[in-house]
Each structure stands twice: as C-alpha cells, then as structure tokens.
Write a protein that binds this ligand. Structure first.
Ligand SMILES: [Fe+2]
Length: 211
C-alpha cells in the first residue's frame, strides 16, 4: 500500500489504487447484504477492477497523477474503453460501499431537515422519492446503477447508468449497484427485495452532507 495514498480520501486517490477500508465489517450489512456477497463483491470483484486499473496505469506515466474522476474524463474524451470501464468500476464501487452503514433500525436516522426539504421540493417527499428511485432501479436492463444526482441545472434528478458508466454530468449523491453480483446470492432474481432493504443501510449523515 502506498502510504501517502492511504491517508487520502478515495476521491483524491491516484495510482497505485488500493481497496478502501470500510467503516463496518463484512457481515455488518446483513440482512441487506450478506457476508458472502460482501466477500465476493468487495473483496474479489472490486479488487479485480482495482488490479486491472493499476495494470493499465503501470505503463501510463502521463495518467498516474490523475484521480478517478479525472481518469474517467480523460478516458471519455479519448475513447479509451478499458480505462473507462475499470476507472468507472472502481469509482462506482467506492461510492457505493462508502455510502453504506450497518442498519440502525430507524430508517432516516442522521438525516438533516434540510435534506428532507430538498427531497420534498424535488419529489414531493421521501415516499415518492423512494418509489421513483425503485422504479428506476427495477428498470435497469442488464447491469448498471441507479443514481440520485444534482444535475448541472442544480436540480435533483434520478438517473440510471449502464455497466460501469458514471453520470456524465452533475454531482452524484446516492448510488445503488444493481448488477446481479450485488444481490444474487441473497435475493436470487428478486431485485425488488434488495432495493427495499437498501434504505435501511444508507449512511444518511453522508447523504445529508452530499445533497
Ligand atoms: Fe458491483
């Protein structure tokens, strides 16, 4: 592990990339995400994305000082598909795993009145927001993510991305990995059950800071 890198937030991390340390243990998100899924998803799948990204960057001195979002911008502009896929995969998974926390039993603990106001203004309230987000997450065909973002017009918007693509504009606030590898061991093909459980494990403190 690169010690200088280790002290940085993942959003500032540059080559060589390494897996983030989680604030919870691998079984702590159960029953939303079981320990075996975490071992595979966080420990193997994400690690593979990181290793593949490092392999690409090993010979690319010009790119070694770039952060994940800078790499994604570069890869998009220059149409470097492998770089885009792996940098996107690392970014998306870092975002997802760090926005989760063990369930508290109180769905919206940690949420600020301002965040609730924002959700109410944009979607008419939490219930409507969750319904709309769920609708989007169910409609991802194949592999991808559902996001809440603040778009360039400064409005809150729900959006889907395919495979390991990231939203092309705006600032991400929340993301849900709906690749089958994120839930299949626990929910089989019942994506709805996974989405419903997700709300219990969102770190609402982080969410409120981002919104
Ligand atoms: Fe994933």
């Amino acid at each position: 592990m690169d010690m200088e890198n280790a002290t940085k937030n993942w959003e500032q991390m540059t080559y060589p990339f390494f897996n983030i340390k989680l604030n919870y243990n691998l079984g702590a998100l159960s029953p939303f995400i079981d320990e075996k899924t975490m071992r595979v998803h966080y420990g193997e799948i994400l690690q593979n994305y990181i290793s593949n990204l490092n392999k690409i960057l090993e010979q690319r001195l010009d790119l070694q000082k770039l952060t994940l979002t800078e790499l994604i911008d570069y890869a998009t502009k220059n149409q470097e598909q492998d770089l885009l896929r792996y940098a996107g995969g690392v970014y998306n998974h870092f975002f997802y795993f760090t926005e989760l926390r063990p369930a508290t039993g109180q769905i919206v603990i940690g949420i600020t009145p301002q965040a609730t106001q924002e959700i109410t203004n944009a979607f008419g309230g939490w219930k409507n927001f969750k319904e709309k987000f769920t609708e989007y997450a169910l409609s991802v065909f194949g592999s991808g993510y559902t996001w809440l973002i603040r778009n360039d017009q400064k409005e809150l918007e729900i959006r889907n991305t395919s495979n390991q693509r990231v939203p092309q504009d705006g600032t991400p606030i929340l993301c849900l990995d709906v690749w089958e590898h994120a839930y299949f061991l626990n929910y089989l093909d019942k994506r709805q059950g996974y989405i419903d459980a997700f709300w219990n494990n969102v770190d609402w403190v982080k969410f409120s800071e981002r919104i």
